[in-house]
Every structure is written in structure tokens, then in C-alpha cells.
Write a protein that binds this ligand. Structure first.
Ligand code: FMN
Length: 157
């Protein structure tokens, strides 16, 4: 993609979310920003995940995911959830298993637990669409967005 197009796309505003998943005994968390609500009835959320992410395997297998809206003061989770050692990602922070087995983080602004209803491969990311089966507004603190993050997610790989 041309540099100019990447720069133009970089002006778009997204939230910075924690996407969790689990299958068998493996739980995981990654940062995702290509996320949107798609429908009110049923309540649907979509997240675009590159097939190279380990989370991709877990979401495919478990057919579920949980999405967390992070608070502005949780920028440290971006580095933590980029960590290649999966077991280190969730170690030492509060979480419990949700209805689907996905980790639900204790500290966040809000979370949505979703059952996969569709997966689409429109380009180099898989669009996972999930129906919300449970959700909680945890805090009304200001939320973390791409405006608070230096650099941008370009989705190349
Ligand atoms: C701000 C930010 C936004 C990101 N958004 C996405 C995204 O929407 N989709 C994606 O596949 N990767 C995204 N990533 C990259 C993943 O978080 C990263 O590759 C992560 O290490 C994947 O973890 P996993 O392989 O354990 O699943 C983003 C990274 C950052 C820093």
C-alpha cells in the first residue's frame, strides 16, 4: 500500500481493546483495534484478526471471544499483551473464566463475551463476528483510543 494511503488510514480513530480467547487449557489476550458493533438486534460485534495471531487459532477452535474496552490508564497492557510468551500475558492480573471459558479481565471499562456467529475472509484479516451473550459496564472512566497511542496499527501482518 502507498505510504500516503497508510498515513490517511492512520487518521481514523479506533478504540484499543483487549481481545481474549481460550481453548482447552490455553488462555490468551491480544490487543485489537479493528473492532466494531455491527448490529443492535441481535447484538453483534466484529473484530478483524490476522491469521498469524495465536488468538486466531483459539477463536477458530472455541468459537468464542471476549472483548474488553480498556481505560486510558491501562496503556501498559498494550506491551503486556504483545508479549510472545502466552503464559506471561495473563499472569499476575485479575481475571476469571466467563461463560464461554474466555478470560474476563477484572479491570477494564467494559467487557463483552461473544459466541462466534460468522467468520469472513474479506482480505488479509479474518472478520470474526460474535453475538454478545454477556456484557458488563465496569467503570465510566475515560477509555483508551488510538489517539493515546503513538504509532498506528496498519494490519500488514
Ligand atoms: C494498537 C494495536 C492495535 C492492534 N490491532 C490489531 C487488530 O485489530 N488485529 C490484529 O490481528 N492484530 C492487531 N494488533 C497486533 C496484535 O495485538 C499482536 O500481533 C499480538 O502480539 C497478537 O497476539 P497473539 O499472537 O498472542 O494472538 C494490534 C497491535 C496494537 C499495538
Amino acid at each position: 500500500m502507498q505510504e500516503e494511503w497508510i498515513k490517511a488510514l492512520g487518521t481514523m480513530t479506533y478504540g484499543i481493546y483487549a481481545l481474549t480467547s481460550a481453548h482447552a487449557k490455553q488462555a490468551n489476550a491480544m490487543i485489537a483495534s479493528w473492532v466494531s458493533q455491527l448490529s443492535y438486534d441481535p447484538p453483534l460485534i466484529a473484530v478483524a484478526v490476522h491469521p498469524s495471531r495465536f488468538s486466531h487459532v483459539l477463536i477458530q477452535k472455541s468459537e468464542s471471544f471476549a472483548l474488553h474496552v480498556l481505560k486510558k490508564d491501562q496503556k501498559n497492557l498494550v506491551t503486556r499483551f504483545m508479549e510472545p510468551d502466552l503464559d506471561a500475558k495473563l499472569k499476575g492480573i485479575g481475571w476469571q473464566k466467563g461463560k464461554t471459558g474466555c478470560p474476563i479481565l477484572t479491570d477494564c471499562a467494559a467487557w463483552f463475551e461473544c459466541k462466534l456467529t460468522d467468520r469472513i475472509q474479506p482480505g488479509n484479516h479474518t472478520l470474526f463476528i460474535g453475538e454478545i451473550i454477556d456484557a458488563v459496564l465496569v467503570s465510566e472512566d475515560a477509555v483508551l483510543t488510538t489517539h493515546d497511542y503513538r504509532g498506528q496499527y496498519i494490519g500488514k501482518a
